[in-house]
Design a protein around this ligand. Structure first.
Ligand code: WT7
Length: 666
């Protein structure tokens, strides 16, 4: 591979351009060359368990050292470092006490309204200790599940760390999810306590959280929940249920800041995080403690080349896996100073991110392609929010996560944010992976826009066919990881059978992890390019949504909807957009009536799941295209949603006339 000549960066077909790491960055990087990367890969290949044992000793503090690295006796239920003991919170906080990190800022918090506050590692440890004691005082014990429904605040991170400190398993629910979603997760996880806030501030608006928890609990089935702790984010009053609800102030009153971290087994469930799959019911992805914190810390150093004076900023929400690994755990375990942002990228205007990078001298910036695309659009239409208005010279590394980044967005990010000086690490991973699995290393890997490049050392990623047979480079296929890795999903909470079926198909031997994405490797370089999900999962603005989940929400409006099918179509801004085809119990609406019912259905889906699941397009039909055996032909619906001419074979279709009706956009 060769570097592009200066001044040739104009073509639109950018996939073949190569951007080598800047020499100055390689010179000091933790992994500073392809040779160094390959040496790590070779070490992992020649002695897989020895390689991970070394990493686990280097990155994790164990209260009881492990003697066994990997237990493969009952695949796919792999266990890592299983006779070792540790505490994850101690690995993020206590271990820095007495080092230069103790009085360093752990978090620079910028509130929605722009107010800034700082908290050092020492102060954060004290806050976590006091909160952990408050949880204990409410009866929370090791192994209990605690549901966290919090805004992006220091308190949210403290809540997660406090659970980890006492060995309680947290389940964070994104603050945009509905009461119904909270109710289902409380029931599935059997949560004993909920941590929430009265309100959250987003874009200058005060939005309820506690009231949604009340609704969720009123839906029934939540008898396990004994207490609700409420962070008073704003002055606004909230409804207090006596005997059940306590404000943070009440819960923390008189609590000591000293709380000894509880050692747990390496396999102890640190958290459950619900994510969408290909059935109507979200999956409770269960992560362990030892392998997870190893990965969070190690990838901060490998992927982001974290150095002691870096200011790291991941713009995700703690409600998603990115916010778990690269806000609540990884940066703390690595002793970083990080920016935590409460608000939204477009408030008070679309220059907010760039202004914050300048203000806090951010050096590593990690965001999602969907945010970049919307900020490109904003900068194009309003020069006042163009990034050139701010000094972004503190940046040295950029990251992308959540969906494929299109080469145009990559180039804009590279030039306008990174000043053509900062490598972009396009990190591919999933909730189930725990942390990065395929990603460039900024001081080593030559970058190709739109490619997540190569697997991390020890990750055996391959492209295979349906039977698990590896395909040659250049051929698109199914992405798998064929050896276990320390931060992998351990099971689906309450559903080990579904875990096996969803991720370790029998046809591939039962021990190879199926990612659910399609991918292709470059014929020459072996670089990976992710082509998108191959199951019934959509990726809308980097948020994972199950088509079946949205369908079940639609058909649960039983007074109106007879049948619904949901598919995705490409969208310039959000990556994919949700399209619903709906058959009503009454006759097919048109014109104004159709618009009005579509709105009603969108609001319904927002209430059932959350606003992120609202279909962008809703089309009504007298029926859906079905085979004679009654199966909905989704591939036809996908073509219609895209506005494509139907070229597929429709001979098995029971009711061909329906295609014209559904294609008509009224
Ligand atoms: C799905 C996982 C873990 C990050 C947040 C999303 C897609 C994620 C990339 C990337 C192409 C990507 C995949 C994956 N995805 N990162 N760099 N390039 N696609 O986590 O909600 O579990 O979604 O996001 O389709 O399967 P998630």
């Amino acid at each position: 591979m060769t570097a592009p000549a200066q001044g040739t960066i104009e073509s639109v077909l950018v996939e073949n351009r190569v951007f080598p790491p800047p020499a100055s960055l390689s010179a000091t990087a933790r992994v500073g060359s392809m040779e160094a990367y390959q040496a790590l890969c070779a070490e992992a290949e020649s002695d897989f368990e020895g390689f991970w044992a070394n990493r686990a000793r280097e990155h994790v503090q164990w209260t009881k050292p492990f003697t066994e690295v990997l237990d493969q006796s009952t695949p796919p239920f792999f266990k890592w470092f299983q006779d070792g003991e540790l505490n994850v919170s101690a690995n993020c906080l206590d271990k820095h006490i007495g080092t230069p990190v103790e009085n360093k800022n752990a978090i620079i918090f910028e509130a929605d309204d722009g107010q800034v506050s700082q908290i050092t590692y020492r102060e954060l440890l004290d806050r976590v200790g006091a909160f952990a004691n408050a949880l204990k005082a409410q009866g929370v014990q090791k192994g209990d599940r605690v549901l966290i429904y919090m805004p992006m605040t220091v308190e949210g991170i403290v809540a997660m760390q406090a659970c980890a400190r006492i060995g309680a398993t947290h389940s964070v629910v994104f603050g945009g999810f509905s009461a119904k979603a909270v109710n289902e997760r409380v029931i599935d996880a059997g949560a004993v306590l909920i941590i929430t806030a009265n309100f959250q501030m987003r874009g200058g608006k005060e939005l309820p959280l506690k009231a949604i928890v009340d609704d969720a609990l009123a839906m029934g089935g939540c008898d396990t929940v004994k207490k609700v702790l409420v962070y008073e984010r704003t002055q606004t009053a909230w409804n207090k249920v006596e005997g059940r609800d306590l404000s943070f102030g009440e819960a923390l009153a008189g609590q000591s800041k000293d709380c000894a971290p509880v050692p747990v087994n390496a396999e102890h469930p640190l958290f459950i995080l619900y994510t969408s799959g290909s059935t109507g019911k979200p999956k409770g992805v269960q992560h362990a403690s030892g392998g997870y914190i190893l990965w969070a810390k190690m990838t901060m150093e490998w992927t982001f080349d974290l150095q002691s004076n870096d200011v790291f900023w991941c713009t995700a929400d703690i409600g998603w896996i990115t916010g778990h690994t690269y806000i609540a755990y990884g940066p703390l375990a690595a002793g970083a100073t990080q920016v935590v942002f409460e608000g939204v990228p477009t408030f008070p205007n679309a220059g907010r991110f760039w202004q914050m990078i300048e203000r806090h001298r951010v050096s590593i910036f990690y965001t999602a392609p969907t945010a970049i695309r919307s900020l490109i659009k904003a900068a194009d239409s309003d020069d006042k929010v163009h990034p050139r208005n701010w000094d972004l010279s503190s940046l040295r590394i950029l990251g992308s996560v959540g969906e494929p980044i299109n080469p145009e967005a990559w180039m804009w990010y590279y030039r306008n944010i990174g000043g053509e000086r900062c490598p972009i690490v396009d990190t591919f991973w999933q909730t189930e992976n725990g942390g990065h699995v395929i990603t460039p290393l900024p001081g080593a890997t030559p970058l190709v826009p739109g490619s997540c490049t190569l697997p991390l050392p020890g990750i055996v990623a391959q492209i295979v066919d349906e039977t698990g047979k590896e395909l040659p480079n250049g051929t698109g296929g199914i992405l798998v990881i064929s050896k276990p890795w320390p931060s992998m999903i351990r099971t689906i909470w309450n559903d080990p059978e579904r875990f096996k079926k969803a991720y370790f198909p029998e046809e591939m031997g039962g021990s190879i992890y199926l990612a659910g994405d399609g991918a292709v490797r470059d014929a020459k370089t072996g670089y990976f390019r992710i082509t998108g999900r191959i199951d019934d999962v959509l990726n809308v603005s980097g948020h994972r949504m199950g088509t079946m989940e949205i369908e079940s929400a639609l058909v649960s409006k039983t007074d109106l909807v007879a049948e619904a099918a949901v598919v995705g179509r490409p969208d310039d801004m959000t990556g994919e957009a949700i399209c619903a085809f709906v058959v009503l119990k009454r006759s097919r609406p048109t014109g104004e009536e159709a618009k009005q019912i579509a709105k009603e259905l969108r609001d319904w889906v927002a209430k059932e799941i959350g606003p992120i699941a609202k279909p962008k397009d809703i089309r009504f039909g007298d029926n859906l295209p079905k085979t004679r055996s009654g199966k909905i032909m989704r591939r036809l619906l996908r073509s219609i949603a895209k506005g494509e001419a139907i070229t597929q074979d429709t001979s098995t279709l029971e009711n061909p006339a329906i295609l014209d009706q559904l294609s008509d956009t009224h």
